[in-house]
Design a protein around this ligand. Structure first.
Ligand SMILES: [Ca+2]
Length: 548
C-alpha cells in the first residue's frame, strides 16, 4: 500500500532567502529578508585583486598541465589539433520545463526542429541539473562540479542567484570546460546569459572563452527593476542591460524581444568563422527565462498556443534549427556534438494544469525547488553518425558530466588536482550496449541545505525540521522522509518509505556522507572550495568598461 502525496499549493514567486526573481514582483519575498536571519554557513570568500586573475590562471594551468600556458602554446596545440576532434555546442535554455517541448510530450508548443534533433539524435530522460535556479546550475555545467563544491550555491549579498554589481563570482581558479578544451587548441565562444559574475575578473573571457557576446546576468534584472529596489541590492545603481562583447559593454539597454534572434545570428557567425578548427560554443539562451511574459521577435510573437511562454519556446526551436542547418551546410554536422538542455525546470503557473509559465509534467513539482520537475531537464544530444539516431537514454546523468566527457572526446585532460563531480558519460552518449549510469549517488540541494538523495531509481527526501522551500511540504510544518521510485513513479506520487526501510537507511547514510563532503545548513563540508570576491564592484556600463 502506498501513501499518496498531494501537490502543495503555494505562492510561486519567492522564497525566504532565495532569489526567485521576477521583474513584476521586485518586492518578492526573496528580496526582503536579511540572509543573516538564517545564519547559513558560508565559506569565507577568497578575495582576489582583479590583476591577480591572470597570474592565478597561469599558475593553475602550469600545475595542471605541466607547461606554461601561453598564447604560443595554444597556437601550437591548434596547429597540431586532430582534424577529427569533435566540435561541441551546448544550448542551455533558461527555466524551460521538462514538458515544454514536443519530444518530451508537449502538445501545445510546436517544436519541429527539436523533433528532428530527437529523431536524428538521442533523448535523455533522466538528465539532471544540480540546482533549481540559474547561478548554481550554471556553475555546475561549466565546472563539472556541484555548486556547493565551488561555492556558487549561495552568497550573503545575493542569495542563490547573482544580481547586478555583485562582489561575488565563480572563482577564476576554477577550471571550466572552455579552459580544458583550450589545451587542445579549441576556439571557445560563449553567447548569451553568463550569470557567474558581472565584474571584470569574473567574466567569461577570464574563464577560458576567447569570445563572449551577451549579458553577464539575467535579462530580467533591468535598470527599471533596480530603481524599484532602491538601496536594496544596490538596485539604484543597476545599469541598463549591458550587452557585452568580450570585456566591454557595447550597448546599454536592449530590446529583449530580439535577444533570441540576435544571439542566434551571432552563434551562426561563430560557427561559420570557426568551421575549419575545433570549437566549443556555449550558448546559454535567455529565454524563456524568469519573467512571466517571455520575449520573442515579431515572427513568433502571438503565434503559439500557450502565450508568450510558448512563443519564446517556438523561437528557441527555430534557433536550434538554424544551428543544425548551418552545421549540415558547412559539412561539419558529423563532427559536431550538439547538446540541447535547460538550466532548471519551469516555475509553472498558479494553476498547475496551465502551460502559461511552462510545465514540468509529467514530473512532479515546480522549478526553483528540489523536485524532479526542477532538476530533471529535457535533454537531446545530436551528433550524426556517432550518437545513435532516434534513441532514448534512460540512465541517470547530469550537466556536471559535460566537462569530463568533452575532455575525453577531445583528448584533453580533466583537472586531477581537485574534485570534479561529473563523470565521463561517453558510453551513454554513444549508446554503447549495456552502458550504465556512472552515478553511485546524487544530491539535491536547496542552497546549502541537503534535501534529497538519489541512488538508482530511488529518491529520498530526508526529514527536515525547517526549510525555506520544499516541493512536498509547506513551510513551517517540517518534513517527513519520503521515498519515491522516480523511474516507475514518474510523477513522484507514491511515498514508499514505509515499505522499504532498508533503502531509506541506505540513502540516509549516503545523505550523511554528502553533508560531510558538501556541507549542509550551518555545517561546512570538508571539500568545499570558495567563490571569489572583490571589494568594490562597479556597474557594468559603457563608461566603466571602456578603459582598462
Ligand atoms: Ca534558470
Amino acid at each position: 500500500m502506498t501513501q499518496s502525496i498531494s501537490q502543495p499549493v503555494w505562492f510561486y514567486f519567492g522564497n525566504s532567502r532565495g532569489t526567485i526573481y521576477d521583474e513584476e514582483r521586485p518586492d518578492g519575498i526573496g528580496l526582503s529578508h536579511s540572509p543573516a536571519l538564517f545564519q547559513p554557513y558560508f565559506l569565507k570568500p577568497h578575495r582576489i585583486q582583479p590583476e591577480d586573475d591572470i597570474v592565478n590562471k597561469i599558475i593553475c594551468f602550469s600545475c595542471l598541465l605541466g607547461f606554461v600556458f601561453s598564447g604560443l602554446t595554444v597556437e601550437s596545440a591548434s596547429a597540431a589539433a586532430d582534424k577529427k576532434t569533435p566540435n561541441f555546442i551546448v544550448i542551455f535554455c533558461d527555466n524551460l520545463g521538462y514538458g515544454d517541448i514536443e519530444p518530451f510530450g508537449s502538445t501545445v508548443n510546436r517544436t519541429p526542429c527539436l523533433n528532428r534533433m530527437a529523431r536524428e539524435g538521442r533523448k535523455f530522460t533522466h538528465f539532471c541539473v544540480t540546482a533549481g535556479v540559474c547561478t548554481p546550475s550554471r556553475a555546475s555545467i561549466i565546472t563539472g562540479c556541484y555548486s556547493q563544491r565551488v561555492g556558487m550555491h549561495w552568497n550573503p549579498r545575493d542569495g542563490q542567484v547573482l544580481r547586478p554589481i555583485s562582489p561575488y563570482g565563480l572563482n577564476p581558479e576554477e577550471i571550466t570546460i572552455a579552459e580544458v578544451l583550450k589545451q587542445k587548441g579549441y576556439k571557445t565562444g560563449m553567447i548569451g546569459k553568463w550569470h557567474l559574475g558581472d565584474q571584470a575578473p569574473f567574466l567569461p573571457t577570464k574563464q577560458g572563452f576567447d569570445y563572449f557576446y551577451g549579458i553577464p546576468y539575467s535579462d530580467d534584472m533591468t535598470q527599471a527593476v533596480g530603481q524599484r529596489l532602491g538601496d536594496r541590492l544596490d538596485g539604484k545603481n543597476w545599469p541598463p542591460l549591458p550587452v557585452m562583447l568580450n570585456d566591454k559593454v557595447i550597448r546599454a539597454g536592449v530590446d529583449r524581444n530580439l535577444l533570441t534572434k540576435d544571439y542566434t545570428e551571432k552563434a551562426v557567425e561563430f560557427i561559420e568563422q570557426n568551421k575549419d578548427q575545433p570549437f566549443f560554443l556555449y550558448f546559454p539562451q535567455a529565454m524563456p527565462g524568469s519573467t512571466s511574459k517571455p520575449f520573442a521577435s515579431e515572427a513568433f510573437r502571438g503565434k503559439s498556443k500557450s502565450g508568450p511562454w510558448g512563443d519564446s519556446i517556438e523561437e528557441l526551436d527555430w534557433s536550434t534549427g538554424q544551428l543544425l542547418d548551418k552545421l549540415v551546410e558547412l559539412g561539419i554536422d558529423d563532427n559536431t556534438l550538439v547538446i540541447w538542455t535547460s538550466d532548471n525546470g519551469s516555475p509553472m503557473g498558479k494553476d498547475m494544469n496551465s502551460t502559461e509559465r511552462g510545465t514540468n509534467k509529467p514530473l512532479h513539482g515546480r522549478g526553483y525547488t528540489t523536485s524532479e520537475g526542477a532538476f530533471r531537464v529535457p535533454t537531446i544530444m545530436w551528433w550524426p553518425k556517432h550518437v545513435p539516431a532516434d534513441t532514448t537514454c534512460t540512465e541517470f546523468a547530469t550537466t556536471m558530466d559535460l566537462l569530463p566527457t568533452f575532455a575525453d572526446l577531445a583528448g584533453a585532460k580533466a583537472p586531477t588536482d581537485r574534485i570534479i563531480d561529473g563523470h565521463d558519460i561517453r558510453p551513454l552518449i554513444l549508446g554503447e550496449k549495456g552502458a550504465k549510469s556512472p552515478y553511485k549517488v546524487f544530491y539535491y540541494y536547496a542552497m546549502d541545505q541537503l534535501q534529497a538523495v538519489r541512488k538508482g531509481p530511488w529518491k529520498l527526501f530526508v526529514p527536515l525540521k525547517e526549510f525555506s522551500r520544499h516541493p512536498h511540504f509547506k513551510k513551517g510544518e517540517g518534513s517527513q522522509p519520503l521515498l519515491f521510485n522516480v523511474v516507475t513513479d514518474i510523477s513522484s506520487e507514491h511515498n514508499v518509505a514505509a515499505q522499504h526501510p532498508e533503502i531509506v537507511k541506505e540513502l540516509m547514510d549516503l545523505a550523511e556522507k554528502g553533508r560531510e563532503d558538501l556541507g549542509d545548513t550551518n555545517r561546512p563540508g570538508a571539500n568545499q572550495r570558495k567563490a571569489a570576491h572583490i571589494d568594490n564592484p562597479v556597474p557594468p556600463t559603457l563608461k566603466t568598461t571602456s578603459t582598462k
